[in-house]
Design a protein around this ligand. Structure first.
Ligand SMILES: *[C@@H]1O[C@H](CO)[C@@H](O)[C@H](O)[C@H]1NC(C)=O
Ligand SMILES: *[C@@H]1O[C@H](CO)[C@@H](O)[C@H](O)[C@H]1NC(C)=O
Ligand SMILES: *[C@@H]1O[C@H](CO)[C@@H](O)[C@H](O)[C@H]1NC(C)=O
Length: 408
């Protein structure tokens, strides 16, 4: 991992005073730049000039020519937004100061911070951002029969905090339309397999309370004490909310992932995820999602699950009734990369890091723990996707691979 030096504070002060009417094309705002790479075995890796955009509803949406919020914590302003058409002409969307929301980028590195300070007050940032391509649409990641690798530092994430890198099959334009000319550049059209009913859908007022359902592939969810990956495919608006989950602790390996353990979360490490098909082609049927790690230039294989594979597979009973193939079809069409950091105050994130899933107790997100870790943060860097075996060779030394720590 490289030393972090200059941070881009995107959306300059100037841009903040130039609200963009949601009826006009939005092109004047600067977004945080984040270099990513696409790789092949024969051609090596080439960089993409990608950037980061924060979710639509994090933007300040307010009355044109005034400051009355169209969207307040209490909900949508019914006078300004009686319907989608009126809302689009009455309201403008402000660019965002990313540092205020705990988002910092430099070169190929992004830091998400859970709490940010404003006017001396700490407040919850909990940012969710998406990867945007150079054409102002989301960057399509087509990972069927391919792999993705990235470095992550979760040492700053205590129990009860969840740093995420995942894929969502959002419309690549962000639902850009006459009523939403900004589109993906303003982070619109979020959806996931939990089918949230959001205030805005595709960047227009969601006055019909439509659920925003789509395929979701959680490549990494975790903190310094637990991690998992999970496929949540959908068929129409029926989504698998439990999905095919692989968490080494849940599979019985109690000394695999953690501070000072086989995969030592007190230091940066590399996460590799491969989407293997039945014929090893990018057009095949998804049959296995395989996870590996690299640390100290050594490849660390995932612990084997009950059926001997460190992966989610097609036949795995955990893969639920929808199976992996709809997930594979979505990966072939192209999905949007999302990064987020959040905590779950109600459940204390027990489904991720407590009980059978991890060593944390429910005090993880209580105020005392928050005081011990006043500013949880996660660092992602060096994101590369492409042909199987093409994205991580540069991270390996000549040392032999390390098998999982046999303890089952
Ligand atoms: C939207 O609301 C405005 C203001 O109340 C009204 O004039 C208009 O007819 C409505 N449009 C639709 C499509 O319902
Ligand atoms: C958003 O647009 C996409 C693509 O047009 C569509 O499939 C989806 O149903 C829309 N979402 C909602 C909630 O209307
Ligand atoms: C796919 O590739 C793997 C690993 O290189 C190999 O073991 C397997 O036999 C291949 N499968 C097919 C159907 O070619």
């Amino acid at each position: 991992m490289k030393v972090l030096s200059t941070w881009s504070l995107a959306a300059s002060g100037l841009a903040l005073f130039r609200p963009v009417n949601s009826q006009q094309p939005a092109s004047s705002t600067e977004l945080p730049h984040l270099t990513t790479w696409e790789c092949s075995i024969s051609g090596g890796c080439t960089s993409h000039e990608t950037s980061i955009v924060i979710d639509w509803e994090t933007h300040f949406i307010h009355e044109a020519g005034g400051k009355t919020p169209c969207l307040a914590p209490s909900g949508v302003n019914q006078e300004l937004c009686p319907n989608a058409t009126a809302c689009a002409s009455n309201c403008v969307v402000e660019p965002v100061n990313y540092a205020d929301h705990g988002v910092f980028t430099s070169d190929d590195t992004i830091i998400l911070s859970r709490y940010t300070r404003q006017d001396g007050n700490s407040r919850s940032g909990g940012p969710r951002v998406y990867l945007l391509g150079p054409d102002d649409n989301y960057m399509p990641l087509r990972l069927l029969g391919r792999e993705i690798s990235f470095d992550i530092d979760v040492s700053g994430l205590p129990c009860g905090e969840n740093g995420n890198l995942y894929l969502s099959e959002m419309p690549m334009t962000g639902g850009r339309s006459a009523l939403n000319p900004g589109g993906a550049r303003y982070g619109s059209a979020y959806c996931n397999a939990q089918c949230p009913v959001l205030n805005w859908a595709n960047g227009t007022l969601n006055d019909g309370a439509r659920p925003s359902c789509c395929n979701e592939m959680d490549i990494f969810e975790g903190n310094a004490y637990a991690n998992h990956y999970a496929a949540h495919p959908c068929i129409a608006d029926k989504c698998s909310s439990s999905g095919c989950i692989f968490n080494p602790y849940l599979a019985g390996a109690r000394s695999f992932w953690g501070l000072g353990l086989d995969v030592d979360t007190s230091r940066p490490l590399t996460v590799i995820t491969q989407f293997l098909t039945d014929d090893n082609k990018t057009s095949g049927v998804l049959v296995e999602i395989r996870r590996m790690y690299i640390q100290d230039r050594k490849l660390i294989h995932n612990i084997p699950a009950s059926r001997g594979l460190g992966s989610c597979t097609h036949a795995d009973p955990l893969s639920h009734s929808l199976g992996l193939s709809p997930m594979g079809e979505s990966l072939a069409r192209g999905m949007v990369m999302a990064l987020s950091l959040w905590g779950d105050a109600e459940q204390g994130l027990q489904w991720l890091d407590g009980g059978d899933a991890g060593p944390c107790d429910s005090s993880g997100s209580d105020p005392a723990s928050t005081r011990r870790h006043p500013e949880p943060r996660v660092v992602f860097s060096d994101m590369r996707w492409g042909e199987i075996g093409s994205t991580f060779r540069h991270r390996l030394g000549s040392a032999p691979s390390v098998a999982y720590h046999q303890e089952l």
